[in-house]
Design a protein around this ligand. Sequence first.
Ligand code: NAP
Ligand code: MG
Length: 490
Amino acid sequence: MTIATPAFVQGTKKLLIGGEWVEPSSGQYIDAVNPANGEVLARIAQGDARDVDLAVAAARRAFEGPWSQYTPHERRKLLLSVHDAIVDNFEELAVIETLDMGAPLARTRGYKEWLSQLLQFYAGQTGLRGIQQTPPLSIAPGFTAIKTLEPVGVVGGIIPWNGPLMGLWWIYGPALATGCTAVLKPAEDASLAALRVSELMMEAGVPDGVINVVTGYGKDVGQAMSEHMGIDRIAFTGSLPTAQAIVRASANNVKRLQLELGGKSPDIVFDDADLDKAVPGAGMGVFTNSGQVCVAGTRIFVQRSIHDEFVERLSAFAKTVKIGDGLADGVQIGPLISQRQLERVQHYIEVGSREAQLVSGGQRLAGEFEKGFYIEPTVFANVSNDMTIAREEIFGPVASVIPFDTEEEALALANDTPYGLAGGLWTENLGRAHRVSSGIRSGTVWVNTYGVIDPAIGFGGTKMSGYGWKGGREHVESFLYQKATYFNIA
Ligand code: NAP
Ligand code: MG
């Protein structure tokens, strides 16, 4: 079936500042490219520091204006209106996301129920702000005190291109729940879904200036936001080097930060695992979204006695994964985001071919696919944990299978990485499942599954995968600060 291109995907897209769609100060626009065929879909505004100033001023005015007086009930109602607008228009949003960043419709449509739950979860958290405690005091008679949670203010959201339709809610959701205001900077490689979502939100009744969108390059818009004295908190998702630049820039006004970074997550397959589940489970743990997933389980540790069988079955599985234009029926993985990302992944495949044994995939798709940025699901075997392909985040559909002998060795190798975002293990032994899952140093561990995340629980990283938690009550609380007020009642 042919999928119609939404009317939104054409022409030039402006910036959203203070409730108005405005031209960027630079007067320049950037091509929004469809990675399935390299064609230009639309053009997005090239914002810069001047636009960030305007957006921050609008967000500050909104934060201090009538929005600050919204009751928890009014914020809940607003979030539920936003929920309905998003759910009612989800097919359009899924198509825009697929066109702009390449993930297949099966994936982008699949966000619908999950995002519906997430938005309802945030709607249920609007009571967190406000009076939390009136604790009994010990200091002296004649005093009383209240402890409140107050909104931190203007929050800057900087997100990557690998799933903006999902990723933007880690900023907009808690901002609306707490009464903060937001300036969002989507990645210049995939900004269209964020722009359309923001338009729908304004139509659903979000007050002017509560959400603002400044598209453009990270070095201009992202850097200006990170340095900005008027932004109280940055919620960032992206790579480690960018996070380090943001940490430095944020020193200007000691911004609060939430940093959700990359990973090189381990997925451990023991010899007692049910391979009928472990092979596709660990396989899609790497290949889904063409490997452009922060939690991808790219280091697959396999117990030596089943190593060869596992490798054979994983390669056979990789060959069954249907790759193609995300709009086409039955496609399971689409193209990579860009020519640059394709070259990056090809570089790692070349390095891996020298270091280890390439057992399947590794090729760019040719013929009808050559205008897009497609790379086959790729499996390397006999990898060791100190090789480049086992140390560096590739962000492509590349699995490294690493043999091990004992449980202790598997854990030591799994934890031998600077990252700590996620991890998985496959075993039918309950004791082992508990021992190994508790030993993995990461923010999330999956046992006999991979990648599932509940909106009310959320996820986050440890070590150099960053700090902060997305989803769950803690996430909403991180948009609030604590305040104590004392009363002399003698
Ligand atoms: P990236 O290069 O760090 O970009 C992320 C965002 O930061 C983009 O919007 C980018 O803008 C912006 N940016 C670039 N330079 C900046 C600067 N100097 N100051 C402020 N912002 C700047 O990351 P990516 O390559 O797009 O995304 C992949 C990375 O994200 C991977 O490491 C992946 O693991 C990580 N990720 C983590 C999670 C998680 O939750 N932990 C989820 C998804 C992805 P432009 O691109 O427009 O220039
Ligand atoms: Mg694009």
